[in-house]
Design a binder for this molecule. Structure first.
Ligand SMILES: [Fe+2]
Ligand SMILES: [Fe+2]
Length: 279
């Protein structure tokens, strides 16, 4: 399968193309049709699709990596253009979530879950298809479903919580899933935020596909929100893997991206708005 992946929503713009926002979305063109992974936070997905000439009306399916609002906030705008569409998600995307940041003399709380509720999105045409296991959603295109947390050093983001029946508890983000494309040049793996841990996700994909050559890994890796030890351990593991290109975005952040660039040189690129990869 041949694919072209274009970053539609991302924190940064690399050229004078489109707008940035804290969020992520990737437009995926394949021999078997066009797909979207995530929708950004909602302010840039349509504008950037127009500027980058990626027609959202052509989408065959929409995939959602997890329920955070910076990945799901653009769903109404996308559905407005697609009309009724299949939206593949883990059932936990609909829970209420928040980010709690400890600050001097107190804490700040920010709602981090889906702004638009399931029933509203269904009125707009979303046909939610729930999955929590690894499965082939289209020929050569896989969703990882829940990823087993196996590495000792990938501990997750301690700022993230969910609200269950009025109780606020730590959020392990079981809904975090990534997209895998089996392409002519090797596997291409796209993370939303990699809340399950980038290395856990890669290992899970190797185990499930029985393939270990990645032409590229792309997307948000969440490295900027984690400890320096986790960043260094992740880099150490990546160096032992067969990955030709590393094109990170979004929650990788400046520190994570600059360390990856230092280690992987020309194999590294930053996946800002408008950057694309063919495989
Ligand atoms: Fe994110
Ligand atoms: Fe996230």
């Amino acid at each position: 399968m041949k694919v072209r992946i274009t970053i539609l929503c991302e924190n940064l713009i690399g050229q004078a193309t489109g707008s940035g926002e804290h969020g992520f979305s990737a437009f995926i063109e394949t021999d078997g049709g066009n797909f979207l992974l995530d929708t950004g936070a909602g302010r840039t997905v349509v504008e950037n699709s127009l500027v980058l000439k990626k027609d959202l009306r052509t989408l065959k399916k929409i995939f959602i990596s997890h329920g955070h609002n910076d990945h799901t906030g653009g769903l109404p705008q996308v559905l407005n253009l697609t009309g009724p569409a299949d939206v593949h998600v883990h059932p936990d995307i609909f829970v209420d979530r928040l980010a709690i940041r400890k600050e001097k003399g107190g804490e700040s709380r920010r709602f981090a879950g889906m702004i638009y509720k399931r029933s509203y999105l269904e009125i707009l045409g979303a046909r939610f298809i729930l999955n929590s296991d690894f499965y082939e959603v289209e020929k050569g295109i896989f969703l990882t479903g829940e990823v087993p947390r196996k590495t000792a050093f990938e501990k997750g983001d301690p700022k993230l919580f969910r609200a269950i029946q009025g109780k606020i508890v730590p959020d392990t983000l079981p809904d975090d899933q990534s997209l895998v494309l089996d392409t002519d040049k090797g596997l291409v793996l796209i993370f939303g935020c990699a809340h399950s841990g980038m290395i856990n996700i890669i290992n899970h994909v190797v185990q499930r596909t029985k393939k270990d050559h990645f032409y590229a890994i792309l997307g948000g890796t969440h490295l900027d929100f984690l400890t320096p030890e986790q960043l260094e351990e992740s880099i150490r593991c990546l160096k032992g893997m067969k990955i030709d290109r590393i094109g990170v975005s979004h929650c990788t952040g400046f520190r994570g991206a600059s360390r990856l660039q230092q280690e992987f040189g020309d194999r590294f690129f930053y996946g800002w708005v408008g950057s694309s990869l063919e495989s």
